[in-house]
Design a protein around this ligand. Structure first.
Ligand code: ZN
Length: 367
């Protein structure tokens, strides 16, 4: 009877009822704990999973809408660059890959430059879209970053970068690597103009991008759980043959080890960026009284980044009113130390040798 109940009945029921599956893109699986969330709820929550706070990767458009006042921004045009100068082909033509990526994302290339208001302050921003060929840095992306930075200089506005990249675009060979020094020089232009350059490192920021402009900011903010590295954990593990500590190269680990300044929840990102812009632009947008360069500098005023003097108390208040995560203390065992790795390897080798000699003893005494 059990057999009828357990096997035959469900089969008949299956034949009689047509199961309605939800559309493919209706549910998203959380990368942190595996629970499902529906897309609508996720969108409303800025792509942060409500179950465990896992930060999902974000496309450029919702990212920009989240940043600017009332979600309003204008794109800054970027001049075109030569397409596929190397006539590169790896199983598929590079031009075909570009076409597919453009159709998928409705973007010209991986980096979008936009300007608008953040809490009433003019800012220029660059967003790398990971959906476009892994946010890779090619000629077009390099051109966009340079254009964005020079635009910020022309507008005397802070520059905010949202980095997300798998590294350099290998289909462009040396031309993609040349974007590293190019963008670095553009960062120097921002510095010369004494304008703040704030970097938000999102999941994942790797390769040539971490080796150039993404690590040259005045302030480095990371999103929780973001992978930020040059070579990824798997490559390192295979090279040093050592199991890496948990959370290695993740935002929190890098905060604890001094590689990033803050780890900020996405819901607090706008507020944090706004405050940083206000502090570094000497509070002019926030209505802070600015010392006008007259003869007598008022007491308690400090010189800010762009050479103005501002009330130190106000800056301190702006800086302290934050919800950034405190860095966790670093355990000694977590530190990387070549000597320690060598010692551990040696101990392992010796233990192996010992175990071997025990298993196969050269036992001649009884024969
Ligand atoms: Zn979750």
């Amino acid at each position: 009877m059990n057999w009828i109940n357990n096997v035959v009945r469900p089969k008949i029921r299956g034949l009689l009822t047509t199961r309605r599956e939800p559309p493919d893109n209706f549910w998203h699986k959380c990368g942190g704990c595996g629970q499902m969330s529906d897309v609508k709820a996720l969108e409303e929550n800025a792509y942060v999973f409500p179950c465990c706070g896992h930060h999902e990767r974000m496309a450029s458009d919702p990212r920009l809408k989240l940043l600017f006042d009332d979600g309003a921004y204008t794109k800054v045009p970027v001049s075109t660059v030569p397409t596929d100068p190397l006539k590169f082909r790896d199983g598929q033509r590079y031009t075909d890959r570009l076409k597919a990526a453009r159709a998928k994302t409705a973007l010209d290339d991986a980096v979008v430059i936009a300007e608008g208001k953040l809490d009433g302050q003019n800012i220029v921003t660059a967003v790398q879209d990971f959906r476009f060929m892994g946010g890779s840095l090619g000629m077009a992306a390099g051109e966009a970053i340079v254009t964005g930075m020079l635009h910020a200089v022309a507008k005397k506005a802070p520059f905010i970068l949202f980095a997300a990249s798998g590294g350099a675009r290998m289909q462009e060979g040396i031309l993609s690597l040349m974007q590293m020094p190019r963008t670095t020089i553009a960062v120097q232009r921002l510095r010369d103009a004494r304008l703040p350059y704030i970097v938000v490192l999102t999941d994942p920021t790797t390769g040539g991008v971490t080796a150039s402009y993404a690590m040259l900011g005045d302030v480095h903010i990371a999103e929780p759980g973001a992978l930020i590295c040059f070579a990824g954990p798997r490559v390192i593990e295979q090279t040093i043959r050592e199991q890496l500590p948990e959370g290695f190269q993740r935002a929190e680990y890098l905060l604890a080890h001094g590689m990033v300044d803050m780890v900020v929840h996405r819901h607090k990102m706008r507020e944090t960026l706004s405050r940083l812009c206000r502090i570094t632009m000497s509070g002019t947008a926030a209505g802070v009284s600015v010392y006008d360069g007259g003869k007598k500098k008022p007491a308690g005023y400090i010189k800010s980044m762009n050479g103005h003097a501002v009330d130190g108390k106000v800056v301190e208040k702006l800086a302290r009113g934050s919800d950034i995560l405190e860095p966790e203390p670093v355990e000694d065992g977590e530190r990387f130390d070549a000597a320690r790795i060598d010692a551990r390897e040696k101990a392992k080798r010796e233990a192996d040798a010992k175990a071997k000699s025990r298993t196969f003893p050269p036992n001649n005494s009884r024969s």
